[in-house]
Design a protein around this ligand. Structure first.
Ligand code: LLP
Length: 428
């Protein structure tokens, strides 16, 4: 995708820079982002949402990947930021991101996080529980401010995705259920709280979703519920936030609906549903993560050892692994891999790409066709822009890789590689 190309000499180049040049200059493992593609994804959201004629806001879900350079890029592209912790909030603020365009999420926001956000002037709180309502109201009062908020509801809809990342079903730690009266109870408490300004409602039914079916079902339930709340309390939602979740193509098996079509369908359903219930049209807010950065990111590894177990399997080991690539082990996720310095060579055999960590589950990709890998080759994994660096760990005292942004033949290191001193910093 994006600006990735194969050069005439058979090398992978991203943003006009070859993988070999990147590996030489910045080392491996390396996260490489195609900056133009991240920007293009932001612009696709804006164009598609503008085409709906609705008032809208699109906030990038920082959990997918956040660093200061990315926060600045999001500001340049007119995106808000959805943050879920004091750490994400701190990162965004330290990049100079406008706090008014930040939303704070979380099913267990700590008092310290709420105070940090109130002090900074965060623009919106997505209230997730009954307990949070009173706490946020008190803390906002102490801070001498009004907290603008959305109520997160759980519409009782299953998204067609991996069960670990479904969040909209009724048995969920997130939000208040529409079905059992808790959402109505929460809304009423929020409306009664003097330091809360209730802008509207939020739901998010899951991630890596390929069609709007689930979202439209959730939307229908939420609008019906909103009509009831209007009748009961005279509450009118100015904002409806339908979360993120737009799927991307990791391999050919993934066929997500084009973003433009999905957004047009959601907007049409919002218009039809509000008309049906005689509700004013709210603003449509979105908070996509994966679809903004996922396909723009690549991981480059150096091949170390190669082992053939005759009649069983071929293993090729790289210089990273589950410390920078956990999704295969955690979700059984599938990826495409290639030898970045030998893109023009035909596959010779099937190889399982493994990391260097002390665990058999440390697999990057299983049984992939490749030319015979040699120690020293560069191995590229595509579609690693979302939930990779963000989910990296220091297991086995691995150092977190560097992150580079490439564009128009230029590369810049936006996060430096960790050092051995970083590992022991803060230790007695
Ligand atoms: N909004 C809320 C409330 C969310 O919980 C999430 C993701 C998003 C937005 C962004 O969803 P996206 O557009 O990225 O699908 N670690 C998992 C994904 C966890 C997603 C958690 N919530 C993975 O690697 O697949």
């Amino acid at each position: 995708p994006g600006t990735a190309r194969v050069t005439p000499s058979g090398e992978l180049a991203i943003g006009g820079v070859t993988a070999a040049a990147l590996a030489e200059r910045f080392g491996t493992p390396l996260f490489v982002y195609d900056e133009a593609l991240i920007r293009e994804q932001c612009r696709r959201f804006h164009r598609a949402l503008q085409a709906t004629g609705l008032d809208y806001q699109v906030s990038y879900a920082s959990k997918a990947f956040l660093c200061r350079a990315l926060a600045r890029l999001m500001a340049e592209e007119g995106m808000g930021l959805d943050v879920v912790s004091g750490g994400e909030l701190y990162t965004a603020l330290s990049a100079g991101f406008n706090p008014a365009h930040i939303h704070l999420h979380g099913n267990n926001k700590l008092d310290t996080e709420l105070r940090q956000a109130l002090d900074a002037g965060v623009g919106c709180y997505v209230v997730d529980s009954l307990d949070e309502i009173a706490r946020l109201n008190t803390l906002a009062g102490e801070a001498g401010t009004q907290a603008r908020c959305l109520l997160r509801v759980t519409p009782g809809v299953e998204a067609h995705t991996h069960s670990f990342i479904q969040t909209g079903a009724e048995d969920s730690k997130f939000g208040l259920n529409l079905g059992n009266g808790q959402a109505a109870q929460g809304l009423r408490a929020m409306l009664d709280a003097p330091h809360l300004d209730v802008l509207g409602i939020h739901f998010h039914i899951g991630s890596q979703i390929f069609s709007t079916e689930g979202t439209l079902a959730a939307l229908a339930r939420v609008l019906e519920w909103l009509a009831q709340q209007r009748a009961d309390y005279g509450f009118t939602a100015q904002v409806l936030n339908v979360g993120g979740g737009f799927g991307i193509r990791y391999t050919d098996a993934d066929q997500p609906q084009p973003l433009e079509d999905a957004l047009a369908e959601i907007a049409a359903a919002l218009r039809a549903g509000t008309a049906e219930h005689d509700l004013p049209l709210p603003q449509l807010w979105l908070e996509p993560g994966r679809s903004v950065v996922g396909e723009a990111g690549w991981t480059l590894y150096r091949v170390g050892t190669v082992k053939a177990i005759a009649g069983v399997r071929n293993y090729v080991s790289v210089d990273g692994g589950m410390s920078d690539h956990i999704r295969t082990a955690l979700y059984g996720a599938e990826y495409e891999v290639a030898l970045a310095n030998r893109m023009d060579e035909a596959a010779a055999d099937s190889y399982t790409v493994v990391g260097k960590l002390c665990e058999s589950g440390d697999v990057v990709a299983r049984d992939k066709p490749l030319p015979h890998p040699q120690p020293g080759d560069l191995l590229a994994v595509s579609c690693t822009g979302a939930y990779h660096y963000a989910m990296s760990s220091r297991y086995n005292a691995m150092l977190r890789p560097a992150v580079v942004f490439v564009q128009d033949g230029q590369a810049r290191e936006v996060v430096r590689r960790e050092t051995l001193e970083d590992l022991v910093r803060g230790q007695e």
